[in-house]
Design a protein around this ligand. Sequence first.
Ligand SMILES: [Zn+2]
Length: 401
Amino acid sequence: MIRKLTIGLVILALSITVTPSITVGAQSGPRVVDTSVEIDFPSLLQFNLTTESQVNIKDIRLNYTVERISYATVISEVFVQFTPHKNVTVSWIWDMKRTGGLPPGTEIKYWWLITDDNNLTYETTPTTISFDDHRYTWNKINSGEIFLYWYEGGNSFAEELLSAAQQALTWLELNTGAKLLQAVNLYIYDPGDLLGAMIYPQEWTGGVAFTRYGTIAIGISPGNLAWGKRAIAHELTHLVIHQLTFNAYDGLPTWLDEGLATNTEGELNPGYARSLNEAIKTRELLPVRSLASPFSSETNLALLSYAQSYSIVNFMIDKYGQGSILELLNTFQKGMSYDEALLEVYGFDMSELERRWLSSLEESPTFQRYQTIVIIVVSSIVGLALLLYLESLIIKRRRKR
Ligand SMILES: [Zn+2]
């Protein structure tokens, strides 16, 4: 049974009129009296059906498909349990806790198949519903293929965020050649509400790109616009890159995925930059190969992982141009391994990429400034020691005299 509603939580009951698509037999097969769907976002979807026939109904199945990027249309079939009868009312609950949840606005197409004891089957016309988060009253604006939904803050807040999304797309196309392939829905939650919109949220989640669904859910308050613009650019990049490289094999190395996302945000965040400069100075940079796997959840290591990824991708764009990045993404789309893809496009593997990136750091102003400081400090110490030594020699000679 559908769980009891908490105060303020709205379940939307959609009454859907179903017209026959297949007529089997002369008016004697099963017939639909009523169907409806109830949405309790993000926890569940309940499909209801009342049907009747002149003889007992013996089999009821619910079929559905979910709108998302996939290799082939996957139809899920649910065998609904009930006691055979001439009049039957059934429900099937899709418990999101068991399947991991769906982002807001996901479209689901469903239809019922009802069979009676005369083996006459009735199939309802497929109906599409949207798994919307009805707990909030959403406003909507769009620009081309970017649709932005929000419920807190004025129009200018939404317009600023939409324009940040557009700028991110422009930057990506200019610097990597990657373009948005399908429409994207941006859901702007209040930061305090975001976790409540997810089934298994991570405590630190500030935003999520549901790349297969073309949806981004993000927590931005009108008072935190600057952060929000960067977060939108970041998550939108993940979405564009994943649309482009969706394949049946490996994904992308994490450093490439996160490196592109952090570069689209703009200048490296000062906290990340400090972490990177410190690791360069102390020669404690993480091996690039280790950054191909998901990053550590330890704060300092995560910070450095993002900062290094930014720096590596920045180096690749600067040194080898946007054409190569697009070629690399297209090569990953074919399902190549990390080293194979790099070798095909750049002519070197990840180890050689690391060597080249490290030597580019040594030529960087930050590193050279650091080297200059070290040289000055060391020569001052040596100079001082020499002076003290000379002075002690002079004193000794004077004493001898
Ligand atoms: Zn990211």
